[in-house]
Structures are given as structure tokens and as C-alpha cells.
Design a binder for this molecule. Structure first.
Ligand code: SAH
Length: 396
């Protein structure tokens, strides 16, 4: 029997609008002995079925994976994963001639809250964000190897940093299938080494693919500064796009070493056009000349992961954008991003506009930027669009 949770009167509305989360404050009563990771059915106060999801004793206590009364057996999960694959077929990412990395499953955006799956040329990295999904890890290995036949080289579970804390459970990162050595992939024909085990997140920030491509398109003959460069994603595109000079800045030595390796595999001729700095971006900007660069990319880590630290995050972004704007030549471009869930698109726009006002800069919005299409957002879960950016023309 699937355990049952009943909501307070009036708290059913968000589920009726297919929002995939139940907050603990909405619950009127629940069956005894519901444990973290359990599948639960959610009912309204009048005992009408609403949805089925994974339970976790926390503020977002049920993450919904079905609004139909189903039994989540292997066939159900397989159908969900097959849907996610169909979507990637539709947007042209399966067997793409120039790109062999993409996000295969994007949590809520694919109706699978708690589950992230990235594809690196047949090397699959699974990141569980909920214990309920984690308990299904063997099921997902089976499903992925079934659906992709012999295309899968390895499956690695990398969830220590993302699983919620659970008593008497110590998650480990582990190889679940096959094996991998050095992983070298292509994104729009640009090669990148991926450090699955020690790299950040699943190894690469796949969400920036289309924005990286745009940087490449605007880079010809330009001096480009890539701030928070990680393994040199934007730098590789800028160089391949014909940049005159590219500077990559990241605080992590490991990331910078990888960036250099990535520029070398792109082509030895690019090494002399590229310089990397293992440095705090704030210090780097303090010492850089004003109006030095034609194009600057500003892609910091999330400054406001939670609403509690939103104000602090706003100040951080504003300060950083002010500093970056100072370093752009008149008539140059600034690609500026925020990946903080707590900062909305509108918030970010306000932050950037006030930074421009404070710096007395004449700025035009060239384009609004977001994550690539393999990071779909469930229309009923707008919180899923965490990455927002602006391409700005800095007139003077
Ligand atoms: N733009 C990258 C992703 C950036 S992730 C891409 O396209 O792949 C954020 C990066 O910021 C990480 O590599 C992290 O090491 C770096 N970082 C965090 N704080 C920093 C700081 N104060 N100064 C420099 N780099 C920092």
C-alpha cells in the first residue's frame, strides 16, 4: 500500500495547477511510519487524490512525479526516461554531429524531481537530489542501459554533494556501470576534457552551451576576459571564434589547469593567445585597467542559493557587475549571468541596471540569455529557470 498524506483545506491549489512540490506547512495529516524516500500519495482535505511523489521530512516534503494515480514500477520510470530522451531527439541533441554532451534529465523540467542526468559522450553522470530517487539508482542504471543499448560507456553516481542529509546513511560517489578513463567530448565541435570525478557539479556546466556559442560568434579579433572561467568553456569558444587574446580567471587551480589542457587540445596555436590567472576575480578586477577588454564574460557561482541570503546576493552581483562594466571598452560587450535560484530574471535585470546607473554607463540590452534547451523548465515550476543572463552593449 502506498502511504498517504492529506493536505489542509485550500492547500490543494498548487497541486491542481501541477506545481510539483508540497511544503510541510500544507499537510493536515499523514500515515504513521512514513520515512524519507518513501513514495506517498497526496490527497486534498475531501480525500480526493491529487498526486504521487517522494517524501522527505523537510520544508519541501513531497516532490511530485505523477499527477495520475499510478504505481511507480519499473515500467513507469522507463516511460519517464524515454520521454526525456524523446525530448532530446526533438531538439536534435541525440546523435548530434558536433555535440556529444547534453543534459538528459533535468529534474522537475522532465517531470523527475530529484534526478539530474548528464551525458558526456556515453559517459553518464547521475546526480540524485532526493533520497527517493537515490533508492532507485539500480533501476535507472537498468533503464538507461536498456534504452541506450550499447551506447553507454559508463554510469557514475555523483551525489554526495547534492543528497539531503539522512541519519545513518553515508552516501558515496561511485561507478555504477562500465568504466571511464579520460573523458574528451565535443560541444559544437569544440573539444573539452571533462573531470567527472573531481570536477564541479557533474563535471561541466552544460547549461551554458548556447551562450558559449554566442561568445564565440562575437569574439573575432577581440580581447576577451572570461571571469569565473572554470575549465575554460567560454575561453575555448572565444579562441576558436578568432579572438585576439583571451584571459581566463578562476580561483581554483584545478579548474585553471583543466582550462589550459582544454585550450591545448583545441590547438597548440591557441596557447599563445590565452593566458590564465589562478586568482580571486575580485582581486583581478581591482588590478585590471579600466576599459581594457572588448568582451567580458561574468559567470559567477550562485551568490544567493536561498531566499535568506538574497539581499547579500543582490549586493554581491551589483558590486561585481559594476566592476566588470568598468573594464569593458566603449562599444564592448558584457555577458553577465546569475545562476541563483533565489534571484529572479526581474531581480537580475534590476541589479544590472542599477550597476549601470551607479557607474554612469550608457548600456543597451542586446539579448536576454538563459540555459540551453536541454534544461527544459516545467511551465508550472518557474523556479526551474535558475540561469538568467544579459548580453549588454556598453556604449561608454
Ligand atoms: N563559466 C564556467 C562555469 C563557472 S562555475 C563554464 O562555462 O564552464 C563558477 C566558477 O567560479 C568555479 O570554477 C569556481 O572555482 C569559481 N569561483 C568561485 N568563486 C570565485 C572567486 N571569488 N574568484 C574566482 N573564481 C571563483
Amino acid at each position: 500500500m502506498i502511504k498517504k498524506i492529506v493536505l489542509q483545506k485550500g492547500k490543494e491549489k498548487s497541486l491542481q495547477r501541477f506545481h510539483p512540490w508540497v511544503f510541510s506547512g500544507a499537510i493536515a495529516k499523514q500515515d504513521h511510519s512514513i520515512y524519507d524516500g518513501d513514495v506517498v500519495e497526496v490527497y486534498d482535505f475531501a480525500n480526493q487524490y491529487l498526486a504521487t511523489g517522494h517524501y522527505h521530512n523537510s520544508s519541501t516534503c513531497v516532490k511530485i512525479f505523477s499527477f495520475d494515480k499510478i504505481v511507480p514500477d519499473d515500467a513507469f520510470w522507463k516511460m519517464k526516461v524515454a520521454n526525456a530522451i524523446d525530448y532530446r531527439h526533438t531538439i536534435g541533441l541525440i546523435d548530434h554531429p558536433k555535440t556529444n554532451i547534453f543534459r538528459l534529465i533535468n529534474g522537475e523540467g522532465d517531470g523527475l524531481p530529484g534526478l539530474i542526468v548528464d551525458w558526456f559522450d556515453g559517459n553518464v553522470v547521475i546526480q540524485f537530489h532526493s533520497y527517493g530517487m537515490y533508492l532507485l539508482k539500480e533501476t535507472f542504471v537498468q533503464i538507461l542501459t536498456d534504452l541506450f543499448q550499447n551506447k553507454i560507456k559508463s554510469i557514475y553516481n555523483k551525489s554526495v554533494a547534492t543528497l539531503p542529509e539522512i541519519k545513518s546513511f553515508e552516501p558515496v560517489d561511485e561507478l555504477l556501470y562500465g568504466s571511464f578513463d579520460e573523458v574528451l567530448v565535443n560541444e559544437n565541435g569544440i573539444p573539452f576534457y571533462i573531470d567527472i570525478v573531481k570536477g564541479q557539479k557533474t563535471g561541466f556546466f552544460i547549461d551554458q552551451r548556447d551562450n558559449r556559442k554566442m561568445v564565440g560568434e562575437y569574439a573575432k579579433g577581440k580581447d576577451v576576459l572570461n571571469l569565473f572561467s572554470y575549465t575554460g568553456g567560454f575561453s575555448g569558444y572565444a579562441l576558436a571564434g578568432g579572438a585576439n587574446r583571451v584571459h581566463s580567471v578562476d580561483i581554483s587551480k584545478k579548474a585553471i589547469d583543466f582550462a589550459e589542457k582544454n585550450i591545448a587540445v583545441l590547438g597548440k596555436k591557441y596557447l599563445e593567445k590565452h593566458e590564465s590567472f589562478t586568482e580571486n576575480v575580485f582581486d583581478f578586477l581591482e588590478n585590471a585597467d579600466d576599459k581594457r577588454y572588448d568582451v567580458i564574460v561574468l559567470d559567477p557561482p550562485a551568490f544567493a542559493k536561498h531566499h535568506k541570503v538574497k539581499d547579500q546576493g543582490i549586493k554581491g552581483y551589483r558590486n561585481l557587475n559594476r566592476k566588470a562594466m568598468q573594464k569593458v571598452k566603449d562599444g564592448g560587450l558584457l555577458f553577465t549571468f546569475s545562476c541563483s535560484q533565489a534571484i529572479s530574471k526581474e531581480d537580475f535585470q534590476t541589479i544590472v541596471f542599477s550597476a549601470a546607473a551607479m557607474e554612469n554607463k550608457r548600456v543597451r540590452v542586446v539579448k536576454h540569455l538563459e540555459a540551453a534547451p536541454d534544461h527544459p523548465v516545467d511551465i508550472f515550476h518557474p523556479e526551474g529557470s535558475y540561469l538568467k543572463g544579459l548580453l549588454l552593449y556598453i556604449e561608454n
